[in-house]
Unconditional design. Sequence first.
Length: 402
Amino acid sequence: MAKKAQVAATRPPPNLQTRLKKQSVWSFGGIAKAIALPFGVAVASALAWFVLRWWKMPTMYHHVHRVQRLNTSDPGAMERFFQSFHGRLPVVIEGALSSWPAMRWTTASLTERCPAAQLPVYTYDLGATDWAALRDAGEMSLSQYLAEEFGHGTAPRNGARYGLEMSLRNECPVLLEDVRIPAFFTDDLLVRYYKKAAWPTLIVGPRGSRSGLHRDTHDLPFWMALFNGRKHWRIFAPNDQALEAHYRPERNGFAFDPFQPDFWEHPDLAFATPYDHVLEAGQLLYIPNGAPHGAYNLDDTIAISGNYLDTRSLGRHYNTTCSQSLWQNSKLCWAYEHDFAQHKPPQAHNLKELSFFQFSGFAGSAEWCQAFLPDLRERAEKRAELRRCLPTVEGYCSMLGE
């Protein structure tokens, strides 16, 4: 009895127990409410922010321009090119390739005529720090590349290798007989004074291969003649301000996909203005100095391309390109200034389409061989990679003398 009385004495009265329980419950509920209220507000705010950003997020570029076209048969086509496009806008030139033997090139003919040719190959990787977001995948024979990469039909392919910048004069000079230099680009200072230049070069890519958005070396303009397939291009103006935040000088390129931009991550890209065109076989494309561009091969494609520098582009070359830290120490910015200054540009109406050999300053292939072969031998003594090309060029030149 004493123990029961002691226990009873330690218990609070019933009414007090009830009040304590209620206070405990309400205290816990108050705490829960105190936590839940701001948490709910935070969730609601985050959701509202997400919905608002999603609602405002652009899904495409605000403006996309079609690349204009110019037909070589049009009266005044040459003058119009220099007045409206040169150094300003990309343009598709039609009718320029119709008589070129290269329009008949196929994988079979390239394999047969260039058995020893080696092709530099690359794989696309947007995260790479390499030029044009292309990782160097080494070299392989042109015939092996065409056999492995071409002819896969329309099935989607990942990791397709892109074959770029194979020097025709070093790897397969017989192909030079099949190409021409379009009249618009024959006033080229590089071919006359910058002997290191090896353009035009062969560019081959299977369906699904591509390049990232980039500028070319020294921000040079370039042209491409497409002989097989279709190639989708996205090109931007050289001074498009919406791109500048995404420029990566170490690769002279840009850290976004011009065909499928991540507008959620980079909504400012909606204000960039691309020029869009699907280049088809038989068309010639011109891209001006410093214009960022990227290409996606819709089919298996065969093309040639050439960078060039003419007297009409010299002002921009020295004042803009050579003021950049990336290029200011390049020999092309100072070593040839005297030669370039002495060169007098021909009038636009005097420019004519030339064979490669005429373009290089020779009457024909035999005269070209007499000058090029000794030069190649001399350079091969210093550059091991050129020694492999000597038998190919020697074989071609000896064939001309038979």
